[in-house]
Design a protein around this ligand. Structure first.
Ligand SMILES: [Zn+2]
Ligand SMILES: [Zn+2]
Length: 137
């Protein structure tokens, strides 16, 4: 033990065309209830983990990606099955991994709910994690 080597988490899309790995060292992890995340995922909210771009590595399917957004910041989906995988954000410097696309369990779990001010009216948050109207302070 204690080799200092990073632990990698594997992830990918629904059809298997796109696979990636990311260091198990998310700087932050949150559940986002904004309308953009709800629409993108078709879910009540999006659990995601943030990490600097160079800790993320696309393994297969790089030629099969569907990018939604602009050239620098965008959502990334599998172009074949449509699965939402991650977003490139903060002027391309960070990756927000959609935690549902992971095959492994990350050490850091979402520790708050953000953009609760625009959450789905039909969904009640039932845990005790802190809630923020928009971005955390
Ligand atoms: Zn796919
Ligand atoms: Zn959001």
């Amino acid at each position: 033990m204690s080799s200092g080597a990073p632990r990698w988490l594997s992830g990918g899309c629904n059809c298997g065309a796109v696979t990636y790995r990311v260091t198990d060292a998310f700087e932050y992890a949150q559940n986002c209830h904004c309308s953009g995340c709800r629409k993108a995922t078709g879910s009540a909210f999006k659990p995601f983990g943030g990490i600097v771009h160079d800790q993320f590595e696309l393994l297969t399917g790089g030629d099969a990606l569907l990018l939604v957004g602009d050239a620098v910041d965008h959502d990334v989906r599998c172009g074949r099955c449509g699965a939402y995988l991650y977003s490139v954000v903060r002027d391309g410097t960070y990756i927000h991994v959609a935690l549902g696309s992971l095959d492994d369990a990350p050490t850091r779990r979402p520790d708050s709910h953000i953009f609760v001010g625009s959450k789905a009216p039909w969904y009640d948050i039932t845990d005790d994690l802190p809630q923020f109207e928009a971005f955390p302070p």
